[in-house]
Design a protein around this ligand. Structure first.
Ligand code: SF4
Length: 430
C-alpha cells in the first residue's frame, strides 16, 4: 500500500509557502474545477468585548487569503468558507468574518461566507448516536480543512479531525461531551460523513494549553498539508511532541480505519520532522489529590478545592473555567477559604466535609441537586454560567472574587504578545 504523503513546509510567505505545501502533497489533485469547495477554518470563538489574542487560536487570515488566491488561480470558482463559532449568546459569524477581512474574499473572488449557526443542519446517524451536521458541509463536493497547530486541554491536540466539530450544531457539540460516550470516540466519527479532500494545518503559530486564548502561543512557521487527514494530524501531533499512539482520538481513528499510527508508514516531504519537533504542553497541572491547580497550592491557597474539569465539560463551560480560577485567585488575600469545593461538568459529585459547594454550571447544579453530601450549595446556573453572576454569588458567601481582576488578566494575555517579534496582528486583520 502506498504511503500517505504529508508535506511539511517552512513558512516564509503565505502564498509561496502554501503553494509549495499543496504541491508537495498534490493537494488539489482530487478536486474538479466545478466542485463546490467548502473551506473550514478554525474560528472556535471570538470576543468583541475583551481583548482576544488570536495567535494559535484561530486560523490566520493570511493562510485563508493565500488559499483562496491559489484556488482561484487554479480555476476553482465555487468556493465557500463556513464555520460555526461559539455563539455568545448569539451567533456572530458575520461580524467575525468582517473582522478577519473575509469580506474582501467575497468581493474579489466571489467567495460565499457562511455562518453555519444561521443555516440548516441535518441529523446524521452514526450507529448508536446522531449528530446534526451543517447542510452546507454535507452538500459540499470537497472540503478543505484548515485547522491550527494547537494543543487541547481535553484532547491533547486539536488538528484537522477535531476541527470538524465546528460543522455541528450547538446541541450536537454539547452531545460530544456526554457522560456515556467518550469525547474521543465521538468527534473523530464526523469525518466519516463529510468529504474532506485536503487538510492544511496552519502552523504559523502553535498554542500551548489550548484551545483558547488563555493558552500561550509560540511562533512556529510551518505548514503541514495532506490529502490524507489522518496522516496530516499524525504529523501535526508529532511536531507538538505527541506520538499519535498517545493521543486517544487518533488511536481510536486508527483502530476504526485499520491505520497505523507509526510515522514510518507516512511519507513526509519537505522539512524533516526532527528539526521542528517542539513539545508544547496541553494541560494545566493539578495536584495529585485533585484539590486544584498546582499553581493554587504554590501560592499557598488553602480551604478551596477545585476538582479538575473532565471531558464532559463543553466548550461553553470551558471558556469560563479559567476565568473562574482567576477570580478565585483574586479573592485570595492570604487567608484560607472557608472550606469550599467547586464542582463542574456532568459527572462530578460533591464530596462530604465542605462548608460550601459551588456548583458551576447548569449540569453540575442538576446532577448535585439532591446530593446529601452538600451542606450549603452555591448554585451558579447558566449554560455556560455568567461570570458576573458568579462574582455576585461568591461575594454573597463572603468570598470576594473580582471580575475586574479577570479583565486585567485578559489585557495581560493580550499585551504579552505586544511588540513581540513575529506576533503580527496583520496576519489576522486583513
Ligand atoms: S452547563 Fe456547561 S457542561 Fe453543561 S451543557 Fe452547559 S456548557 Fe455544557
Amino acid at each position: 500500500m502506498a504511503k500517505a504523503v504529508v508535506s511539511l513546509v517552512k513558512f516564509k510567505d503565505p502564498y509561496h509557502s502554501l503553494r509549495e505545501a499543496i504541491e508537495l502533497c498534490s493537494g488539489l489533485s482530487g478536486l474538479r474545477k466545478d466542485d463546490k469547495i467548502l473551506i473550514k477554518p478554525n474560528i472556535v470563538a471570538w470576543d468583541f468585548v475583551l481583548p482576544f489574542p488570536p495567535f494559535g487560536v484561530v486560523t490566520t487570515s493570511a493562510v485563508m487569503f493565500a488559499l483562496v488566491q491559489i484556488l482561484a488561480e487554479e480555476g476553482f470558482r465555487h468556493i465557500t468558507i463556513g464555520e460555526a463559532s461559539r455563539p455568545v449568546p448569539k451567533t456572530q459569524g458575520r461580524a467575525i468574518y468582517k473582522a478577519l477581512g473575509y469580506e474582501k474574499l467575497k468581493e474579489k473572488y466571489g467567495v460565499e461566507l457562511v455562518d453555519f449557526n444561521e443555516e440548516k443542519f441535518e441529523p446524521v446517524d452514526f450507529g448508536g448516536f446522531q449528530l446534526s451536521i451543517a447542510r452546507k458541509a454535507l452538500e459540499a463536493d470537497k472540503i478543505i480543512n484548515v485547522p491550527v497547530l494547537k494543543t487541547h486541554n481535553q484532547c491533547k491536540v486539536s488538528l484537522g479531525i477535531k476541527n470538524l466539530k465546528g460543522v455541528l450544531d450547538r446541541k450536537s457539540k454539547m452531545f460530544c461531551h456526554n457522560v456515556n460516550l467518550d469525547l474521543d470516540h465521538i468527534f473523530p466519527r464526523i469525518i466519516e460523513k463529510v468529504p474532506v479532500a485536503l487538510t492544511i494545518i496552519d502552523g504559523i503559530f502553535t498554542l500551548e494549553r489550548g484551545p483558547g486564548p488563555t493558552g500561550k502561543a509560540y511562533r512556529k512557521d510551518l505548514f503541514i498539508a495532506s490529502r490524507d487527514p489522518f496522516a496530516c494530524d499524525v504529523v501535526g501531533a508529532e511536531i507538538m511532541g505527541y506520538p499519535a499512539a498517545e493521543v486517544s482520538h487518533l488511536r481510536y481513528f486508527a483502530e476504526r480505519h485499520g491505520r497505523s499510527t507509526d510515522l514510518a508508514d507516512m511519507e513526509v516531504r519537505g522539512e524533516e520532522i526532527e528539526k521542528h519537533r517542539f513539545f508544547v504542553d496541553y494541560d494545566w497541572e493539578w495536584t495529585k489529590e485533585d484539590t486544584g491547580p498546582t499553581g493554587f497550592a504554590k501560592r499557598g491557597i488553602t480551604g478551596l478545592v477545585v476538582r479538575k474539569y473532565d471531558s464532559t465539560l463543553c466548550t461553553g463551560c470551558s471558556s469560563v473555567y479559567n476565568p473562574m480560577l482567576i477570580m478565585f485567585m483574586s479573592a485570595f488575600k492570604g487567608e484560607p477559604f472557608p472550606g469550599v469545593e467547586v464542582i463542574t461538568g456532568k459527572k462530578q459529585l460533591a464530596s462530604k466535609g465542605f462548608e460550601k459547594t459551588v456548583l458551576f454550571g447548569k449540569c453540575a447544579c442538576e446532577l448535585n441537586k439532591d446530593n446529601p453530601n452538600i451542606k450549603k450549595a452555591v448554585p451558579i446556573r447558566g449554560c455556560p454560567p455568567d461570570l458576573k453572576k458568579f462574582e455576585k454569588a461568591m461575594r454573597g458567601e463572603g468570598i470576594n472574587c473580582n471580575y475586574d481582576d479577570y479583565i486585567k488578566y485578559r489585557h495581560y494575555i493580550f499585551n504579552r504578545y505586544k511588540d513581540k517579534e513575529g506576533f503580527d496582528l496583520g496576519l489576522y486583520w486583513k
